[in-house]
Ligand binder design. Structure first.
Ligand code: HDD
Length: 757
């Protein structure tokens, strides 16, 4: 990771040797143009991408360059051609009758170029439009073999995967850090066909029956008249719906918790949400829930950070995922399963397993690890891969089956259907990113965008003209090995009705379980989130109704939000059930690896660069990313002891960093942290540049570790921060690094947040 994070800081943040030649800056003399930047007159190798156009060189986990796949570079040939492969001498001028005359209709190149451009966009996904994805590999431990015959879950099996993360409500160009559920969809290219696990980072859903999906999405999307707000739930229609449709209470509570604003895709859990049915080689079935557990732990932004980031770096999560993978810091998750006996009532400890608004607490049914997912390669072309990937809950392999969860049933229909509009026809499985790695021998024919050239005359069954082919799997051996071999479970018979089972009527007990499982600081965040969102609503009745819902979760939650809104707190209308809290639901109180954390080192020209370099090195050694921040860009120090500045006080914003180090030296004085030098005779400069003070106070408010090396007392004092309070440390280099790592392992300095309860 060290070599790798070195690369990321270098290549992504402009850590390159200064290139200015001796003549640069000489008045009257034009700066020399790099020969590489002159337009070539004959074919030459394309320039390597610049640091801000792509990540650093791709390396393997052992630090070896993997080499870019040139075949995946679009402009790889020397000569421009039309789509028909005809070489083109010019693409800059339309064909005209004279240089000032009209453009001629016979300009087929112009027509082809504009026709293609005009159709570059396809409809964005109706939900989950904003997303990022990566390739990877899934290594199975074999621990699921007793419960499923799925080949990719057998011992030591490796399966290629493609994973797409997303927000739900926003458009394709919306910000990453909005408060929302995150999609976590995984395509396993197994040797038995494609298996898609189309999950979220929240284990429950707003609705119990798919017929309500258009309702919840219409409510969450921008208002139909003015199309605002974008990618937000903080508006009247969302709260109108969820306050009336109380089965949404549990999911909404998760959204209002820190889970709604993840720090990184790499630091999110994933959940299959529904209960699935696994079948083993003996035909025995087991009910399961799927979980993804991130190796880096589950961490979140704080709400103010998320809001600032939406403006400062709307691509924060996309950049984070791409950079980490490009630098070789490959994110990992363990796939785990909770297993339950496949009983007739399909409940576990009284929890209805077919109700997607319910979890089974991990303390009741532990999550057993069954394999490891590693994301190790970025997409080469966003459109071809991330935009065109098509997930479907019905992409199942032998050994994994659906249950009668009514939410899942509707999804089985919807995911195929949506691709017809989005990808333009029924042949989307032939798009490279969607292609199975197993041999295909179907009898599906023709249709828009058919790229297969099928042979034979008899795409029907039974036939004799094509030799009776294809045959049914297993008929030769007498063993049925294929998919869609239904487990012969009893289907409950009954009258045709449009109604939910009685067990689906409990909308509050698990929301209360979640609330009771939160630490005081997490509760404080939830209260703040509800207060913010409801304060954004215009309709008083919606606020009041939502307070009624909150009263059925917890009286204190309701009272605090009501106080924030300036409204009376209503009494509960339900009997509050105090379930045993589930510690696994809280994100606070454990320690986690530090890989990929971003540390700002604030320094200045007057500093000891040997010391600053030592700090950089220690951060890299810990697998983290150091970014040097100073008053102006360029290189600090002299001789061998130089440091390249990666952020200036004008470009740095605290939200980009997980912690800040103020790397001063004793006696460096006020200038040390970039107090803007006043001219001789001018009044003494302030103790520090106001932008540094802003960096410091903002990071402080967001619970970040602040380490002053070699005398930052005056700076902290100027910001009104007392040295010695939790997470504010002034010390020497080695001790400072130790403290930094301890503080970061807990993710934030939690003591710094007001905890009202
Ligand atoms: Fe869905 C996309 C996850 C319920 C209909 N959904 C979509 C994606 C994820 C989920 C991660 C993005 C896939 C991608 O990256 O391409 N959806 C869920 C989860 C649900 C859920 C975890 C509940 C447990 N979804 C759900 C219902 C319906 C849909 C009940 C319709 C009845 N979902 C869709 C869709 C999308 C989709 C409209 C939009 C784009 C697509 O499918 O391919 O069909």
């Amino acid at each position: 990771v060290k070599a790798v994070t070195d690369k990321i800081t270098g290549a992504l943040h402009g850590d390159a040797a200064p290139t200015d030649g001796p003549e640069d800056g000489v008045p009257g003399k034009p700066a020399p143009v790099s020969p590489q930047l002159v337009e070539p007159t004959e074919p030459v190798e394309p320039l390597p991408p610049k640091a801000d156009q792509s990540g650093p060189e791709t390396v393997s986990p052992t630090g070896q360059p993997t080499g870019a796949d040139q075949a995946r570079v679009a402009q790889s040939g020397a000569y421009l051609t039309t789509a028909q492969g005809v070489r083109m001498p010019d693409t800059d001028h339309s064909l005209k009758a004279g240089s000032r005359g009209p453009v001629l209709l016979q300009d087929h190149h112009l027509r082809e170029k504009l026709m293609h451009f005009d159709h570059e966009r396809i409809p964005e996904r109706v939900v989950h439009a904003r997303g990022s994805a990566a390739h990877g590999v899934f290594q199975s431990y074999g621990t699921a073999q007793t419960v499923t015959k799925a080949a990719f879950l057998a011992r030591d099996t490796e399966t290629p995967v493609f994973v797409r993360f997303s927000t739900v409500l926003g458009s394709r160009g919306s910000a990453d850090t909005v408060r929302d559920t995150r999609g976590f969809a995984t395509k396993f290219y197994t040797e038995e066909g494609v298996f898609d696990l189309v999950g979220n980072n929240i284990p429950v859903f707003f609705i119990q029956d798919a017929i309500k999906f258009p309702d919840i999405i219409h409510a969450g999307k921008p208002h139909p008249d003015r199309e605002i707000p974008q990618a937000q739930s903080a508006h009247d229609t969302f709260w109108d719906f969820v306050s009336l449709h109380t089965e949404a209470t549990h999911h909404t509570l998760w959204n209002m918790s820190d889970r709604g604003i993840p720090r990184s895709f790499r630091m999110m859990e994933g959940f299959g949400v529904h209960t699935f049915r696994l079948v083993n080689a003996q035909g025995t079935s087991t009910l399961v829930k799927f979980h993804w557990k991130p190796k880096l732990g589950v961490h979140s932004l704080v709400w103010e950070e998320a809001q600032i980031l939406a403006g400062v770096d709307p691509d924060f999560h996309r950049r984070d995922l791409f950079d980490a993978i490009e630098s070789g810091a490959f994110p990992q998750w363990e796939l785990g399963i909770q297993t339950f006996p496949d009983t007739d009532d399909q409940t576990f400890e009284g929890i209805d397993l077919l109700d997607a608004t319910k979890i089974v607490p991990e303390e009741l049914a532990p999550v057993k690890p069954v394999g490891l997912l590693t994301l190790n390669a970025n997409p080469s072309n966003f459109f071809a891969e991330v935009e065109q990937v098509a997930f479907h809950t019905g992409h199942l392999v032998p050994g994994i089956d659906a249950t009668d969860d009514p939410l899942l049933a509707g999804r089985m229909f919807s995911y195929l259907d949506t691709q017809l509009t989005r990808l333009g026809g029924p042949n989307f499985p032939q798009i490279p990113i969607n292609r199975t790695h197993a041999p295909v021998n179907d009898m599906l024919r023709d249709g828009f965008h058919q790229t297969a050239v099928h042979r034979g005359v008899a795409p029907y069954k039974p036939n004799s003209l094509d030799g009776g082919c294809p045959f049914y799997a297993g008929t030769d051996t007498g063993t049925f090995t294929g998919a869609f071999i239904e487990v012969p479970v009893e289907v409950p018979a009954g009258r045709k009705v449009r109604e939910a089972p009685a067990s689906f009527a409990d909308h509050f007990s698990q929301a209360r379980l979640f609330w009771l499982s939160m630490s005081p600081v997490e509760r404080e965040h939830i209260i703040a989130a509800y207060t913010f969102e409801l304060a954004k609503c215009y309709e008083q009745a919606i606020k009041e109704r939502t307070l009624g819902v909150l009263a059925n979760i917890d009286p204190e939650l309701c009272a605090q939000v009501a106080a924030g809104l300036g409204l009376p707190a209503p009494a509960a209308t339900e009997v509050l059930v105090d379930a045993r809290p589930s510690p696994a639901l809280s994100q606070v109180g454990r320690t986690w690896p530090l890989d990929g954390r971003v540390i700002g080192i604030v320094t200045g020209q007057a500093m000891d660069m040997v010391g600053v370099n030592g700090v950089r090195r220690a951060i890299l050694d810990a697998g983290m990313v150091p970014l040097v921040v100073a008053a102006a860009g360029g290189v600090l120090g002299t001789g061998d002891d130089t440091v390249t500045v990666q952020r200036t006080f004008a470009t740095a914003r605290s939200v980009e960093f997980d912690a800040l180090i103020f790397a001063g030296v004793p006696g460096a004085g006020a200038d040390a942290y970039g107090a803007r030098d006043a001219k001789a005779g001018a009044p003494r400069p302030p103790v520090s540049d106001p932008r540094v003070l802003a960096l410091l106070t903002e990071a402080y408010q967001h619970g970040k570790a602040l380490i002053g090396l070699g005398g930052a007392e005056a700076l902290f004092e100027a910001a009104g921060i007392s040295v010695g309070e939790p997470g504010v440390v002034v010390t020497d280099g080695a001790q400072g690094m130790r403290q930094l790592m301890e503080l970061l392992a807990a993710h934030r300095v939690w003591e710094r947040f007001p905890a009202a309860m």
